[in-house]
Design a protein around this ligand. Structure first.
Ligand code: TRP
Length: 354
């Protein structure tokens, strides 16, 4: 028995501005993982056109996500940062996966049901096939670990289903081409070409909620900009948004149980804890008994300390589009080498002449 080499892959769509929730929930995790794993981080521009075809500023959005990755601390030289459309093997493998996966698997996805609503016959075919492309993103590198938010768990299970069905349907061809590894899936030994990807979900990153409503997730689609802190917000905007954040009239509790039923207090304490790399209990040891009028200035200081340098670096990177484009091109080239090796093997397995 053997194992696939550990490789981390994740993707972020270039739609809308990144906010504190994206940073604490995803990007900071990406940064931490690069210390002990090889990582590939992708701006998934092919996914961006599934829900909305025409974007005024897709190129600018793509650069902005790449700049956020790098400004947050991802090293594009040691690791790989690139945009999906520049490596056409993603779309090519997705086509094979479209023929592996069943329509029913796609129609069952809760995100598809949410996004298509009553309009399922009118949304793009790409939106239905979205999870198949996502599986291809990961598996074209035969990546093993995928840091994502909770909401992507179902898509990753589907990626495993696709990998599993490919491994079984093409079992004979994989063996006779001398490809694949003997791995254990569940208790079963299988000869696999594609690994069973593992989600990396949760960890220290909290669910960051809206600053205006502690029961709603912080979201780029919230009409009120005061509901979120954007990574591109400057010091004034960060301060103003925290000052105006919804709270309740009580002082902060001394124990975490006291946050129950106080979603806004819980959210702000959670944000403080995540930014300071502390637990909520530790934050409450320090601030328990104090009013929000004392806590908020401390949170503003902390948020500005963490976010302002990222903001500054993002702006610096985005000022020089040639530089950021060169970083992405270099990443695409290096990603393309790995992806092309996989695709050649997939072509042999499936039986395409080359
Ligand atoms: N669907 C993911 C999201 O919306 C983005 C994504 C596309 C992705 N391809 C991926 C995430 C591959 C992880 C791995 O968040």
């Amino acid at each position: 028995m053997s194992e696939f080499k550990k490789l981390v892959f994740s993707g972020v769509q270039p739609t809308g501005n990144l906010h504190l929730g994206n940073y604490l929930g995803a990007i900071r995790k990406f940064v931490a993982l690069q210390e002990d794993s090889d990582c590939i981080y992708c701006v998934v521009d092919l996914h961006a056109i599934t829900a909305q075809l025409v974007h005024e500023d897709l190129r600018a959005q793509t650069r902005s996500i790449a700049a956020a990755f790098i400004a947050a601390g991802i090293d594009p030289v040691k690791h790989i940062v690139f945009n999906q459309s520049a490596v056409p093997q993603h779309a090519e493998l997705a086509w094979v996966f479209n023929c592996v996966a069943r329509i029913g698997w796609m129609e069952r996805m809760t995100q598809f049901k949410d996004k298509s609503g009553k309009n399922a016959e009118q949304v793009s075919l790409g939106l239905l096939a979205y999870p198949s492309l996502m599986a291809a993103d990961i598996l074209v590198y035969r990546a093993t670990h995928v840091p994502v938010g909770d909401d992507q768990k179902q898509h990753l299970e589907l990626a495993r289903d696709i990998a599993q069905k490919f491994n079984i349907d093409f079992g004979g061809q994989i063996k006779s081409a001398g490809l694949g590894l003997d791995i254990v899936v569940g208790e079963e030994p299988v000869h696999a070409y594609f690994p069973m990807v593992e989600p990396l979900i949760g960890g220290p990153a909290p669910r960051v909620m809206s600053l205006k409503d502690g029961s709603k997730k912080m979201s780029k689609s919230d009409p009120s900009d005061l509901s979120r802190i954007n990574l591109m917000d400057d010091v004034d905007a960060i301060s103003k948004k925290i000052r105006k954040a919804k709270t309740d009239p009580d002082a902060l509790p001394r124990e975490t149980e006291g946050l129950k039923g106080r979603p806004e207090a819980e959210n702000l304490v959670g944000i403080f804890a995540a930014l300071a790399d502390k637990s909520k209990a530790e934050v409450l040891q320090e601030f328990g008994g104090q009013q929000f009028s004392a806590f908020k200035p401390a949170l503003i200081d902390l948020a500005v300390n963490v976010l302002a340098p990222i903001n500054l670096e993002m702006r610096r990177l985005l000022d020089d589009t040639n530089h950021i484009d060169a970083i992405l091109r270099d990443g695409s080239e290096r990603a393309g080498v790995i992806a092309e090796k996989t695709m050649n093997e997939v072509r042999d397995i499936v039986g395409f002449l080359r």
